[in-house]
Design a binder for this molecule. Structure first.
Ligand code: UDP
Ligand code: MG
Length: 331
């Protein structure tokens, strides 16, 4: 897609959203690095920390930090809702003309935000960090992540960028659209791809965590992958229809073959090996299996539609409207 880009100034206010779940060991480093980095930022900044039901001292640290620094807002959730929801809460509270989502653990270097702002000024609405290297992560994490991004691209959206997490800058108009999608099972990157708007990567090296350990164990990663696949794509639901059609075709072919063998044996009295009953059983199994799968598949088609409707998403998102007299009737 070709983008119609209009250059613009830096956002007047930039909101940086940082979800935190048991990050007490990370916060001192983060505070130090952010304080130094914010000096170099050419925009006014608001920092929103979302405490996602931490069990450690994260919330105390955050509240103390907010006492000394008027740029800091703390949104504390009543329990652990998970990373994607924590980020969503931050997005709801953000007042900035653009937002940046980043991890607390400094795996996403804040300095990359400067490059993101350059792209923002060129007119891009979404600038996502694309990872070139992952240092300090296990072979297992790297391979599962590699496979995750490739499978999700097929299942979620063709525009889903590869090797990009939630570290990204989003413009106000795109954020407003994103905030309109209120589905429970959230996969923000996929939703962001669905929204559209001019998007571009900036490349960066993902650093190791400064302290603490990952809050995304395999269990949570699988849950995210499942959410992404199932809440975006009716493909898994349609699986049985495809399978049913294949099994039914095989059943039909075997049936024809079996009739042919029976014809040779009984009518033409040819001396061939023929097991009575075999053809009937194989054909029946394939036909019944096939028809059951087809019916499940058709049910799946209906459920897929219910599922699409139940998301209650807007039908489209408008990027901009130009012209003297044009006006949307939709309020
Ligand atoms: N996080 C959160 N709620 C959770 C899990 C994680 O808010 O239930 C936050 C966490 O504090 C961190 C970010 O989400 O700021 C990413 O988590 P992490 O760095 O552990 O994930 P990884 O980079 O290992 O995939
Ligand atoms: Mg991390």
């Amino acid at each position: 897609m070709k983008y119609f880009l209009e250059s613009r100034n830096n956002p007047k206010l930039l909101t940086i959203i940082i979800p935190c779940y048991n990050e007490e060991s990370v916060l001192p480093y983060l505070k130090d690095r952010l304080n130094r980095f914010l000096e170099t930022l050419p925009t006014k900044t608001e920092l929103i920390f979302v405490n996602d039901g931490s069990d450690d001292h994260t919330i105390f640290e955050l509240v103390n930090w907010a006492k000394d620094d008027p740029r800091i807002q703390v949104v504390s959730l009543s329990r652990n809702f998970g990373h994607q929801i924590a980020v969503t809460a931050g997005m709801d509270y953000a007042k900035g003309d653009a937002i940046v989502i980043m991890d607390a653990d400094l795996q996403d270097p804040p300095e990359v935000i400067l490059e993101m702002l350059t792209k923002y000024r060129e007119g891009y609405d979404v600038v996502y960090g694309q990872r070139m290297a992952r240092s300090g992560e296990s072979f297992f994490k790297k391979t599962t992540a590699w496979a995750f991004y490739r499978i999700m691209k097929i299942l979620v959206h063709k525009d889903l960028p590869l090797d990009s997490g939630d570290f990204r800058l989003i413009s106000r108009r795109c954020l407003d659209a994103l905030n309109g999608l209120r589905e429970n099972h959230r996969f923000l990157r996929g939703m962001n791809a669905w929204i559209g708007f001019p998007q571009t990567p900036v490349y960066y090296n993902r650093d190791p965590r400064v302290a603490g350990e990952t809050k995304y164990p395999l269990r949570k990663m699988l849950k995210l992958a499942m959410n992404a696949a199932v809440s975006f794509s009716p493909l898994p639901l349609r699986f049985s229809l495809g399978l049913g059609i294949i099994v039914a075709i095989i059943g039909f072919a075997v049936g024809v073959y079996a009739l042919f063998r029976a014809f040779q044996h009984f009518i033409l009295q040819m001396p061939i090996v023929y097991n009575p009953g075999w053809a009937t059983i194989v054909t029946l199994i394939c036909l019944i299996g096939g028809s059951i799968l087809i019916s499940i598949g058709i049910l799946g088609e209906y459920i897929a539609r219910i599922f699409e409707e139940s998301k209650g998403r807007p039908l489209y998102v408008v990027e901009f409207v130009k012209g003297k007299t044009i006006e949307s009737k939709k309020k």
